[in-house]
Ligand binder design. Sequence first.
Ligand SMILES: C[S@@+](CC[C@H](N)C(=O)[O-])C[C@H]1O[C@@H](n2cnc3c(N)ncnc32)[C@H](O)[C@@H]1O
Length: 309
Amino acid sequence: MTSEYHIPVLVNEVIHYLLTGSDGIYIDGTLGGGGHAESIMSRLSEKGRLIGFDIDEDALQFSNKRLKKFGDRVIYIHDNFSNVRNVLNDQGLSEIDGFLLDLGVSSHQLDVKHRGFSFQSESRIDMRMDQNQSFDGWKIINTYERTKLAEIFKKYGEERHSWRIAKKIVDMRNKKGINTTGELATVVESITGARFLKKSLARIFQAIRIEVNNELENLHQALKNILDVLIPGGRIVVISYHSLEDRIVKKFLIENSLKFHLAPHKYLLDTPIKPKLNILTKKPINASFDEIQNNPRAKSAKLRAAKRI
Ligand SMILES: C[S@@+](CC[C@H](N)C(=O)[O-])C[C@H]1O[C@@H](n2cnc3c(N)ncnc32)[C@H](O)[C@@H]1O
């Protein structure tokens, strides 16, 4: 039952960087199929606890079954990981030992046709991680103005035909509407041609997904909020799958590990500041050849970790 839902990536590396002791309180901000959570829990003592977040109720239900054996030492939270500080407050907790984010969607979310995440299956253009949310991909494709569509394709998909694709979408939706992933794919194909279609579709779908789920802003917020609740020595571990996410993580880690504010002029002295983080991964950690052979999704994974000072 476990591997069908989602194969967790870089499990040994997550354990290595995240766990500092067996009695701690850890947060898994992205429970998904509970693979990382299970590895974490199996290393914690009876005192250790895990607080698992997911905005997708399916993921919570699945991981709840998988992690039943750990009883009430796992707490399940149906909320956005960006709300981590408020949730901890509600739980009466002010400090934690480690925070894990394994970003993006799970294989299960991609595989379930009606969720509309994949351009390889036909469904309504949905892409909501949180099924209680009303804003979805259909609304973006059918209501956003051309300039706004082009902007998100460029910003979140880094697609060079953004403007032409956006124009074609607006033309097509005025004629007969664009309701399904297949209809959207046909519009994209009419601009990019068959040769580059897969790559363009991946970029356009990524852009819509990021916009629907407010993914980059959530990541920003979570990183900002977690600094206040990590104990000294506590760890942040983030696995990202594309350059937009990785850039945010890298910038955050660098900014919070600086020991000086650079002076605005070369004759002025830099001002010393107290860094909040110590970066543990000089370069991002990638999956090994063997792991990628076994799980192609691991190919784009990049893990970065830091320690609270
Ligand atoms: C890559 S999967 C995690 C897989 C998990 N590490 C495992 O071992 O199975 C990402 C999960 O994070 C959830 N997610 C994404 N953004 C979220 C957010 N802002 N708040 C809470 N959950 C989120 C998704 O719904 C998805 O289930």
